[in-house]
Design a protein. Structure first.
Length: 79
């Protein structure tokens, strides 16, 4: 995918491809090879869009581990 392509441009491409696919399906039917090819092209655009503009999932954020029940050793602080 061209890095110059903006989110809006990709959304416009997806919209146009979806409209084309619907028109092809109306003309040739949902199981026609032309409709299936158009559907696959739309799928590819949607996949690219999701990869490029996806929001990171929570599990992808760095984590810090700690223990809630941990108590510091205070024995060295006695006078």
């Amino acid at each position: 995918m061209d890095e110059e392509m903006t989110k809006r441009e990709m959304e416009e491409q997806i919209k146009k491809k979806r409209e084309q696919m619907i028109e092809i399906a109306k003309q040739y039917g949902f199981t026609n090879e032309k409709t299936l090819k158009s559907s696959q092209e739309l799928d590819n655009l949607l996949n690219k869009y999701q990869r490029f503009f996806r929001i990171p999932k929570i599990r992808e954020y760095p984590t810090a581990s700690f223990s809630i029940n941990a108590h510091p050793d205070l024995s060295s602080l006695t006078a």
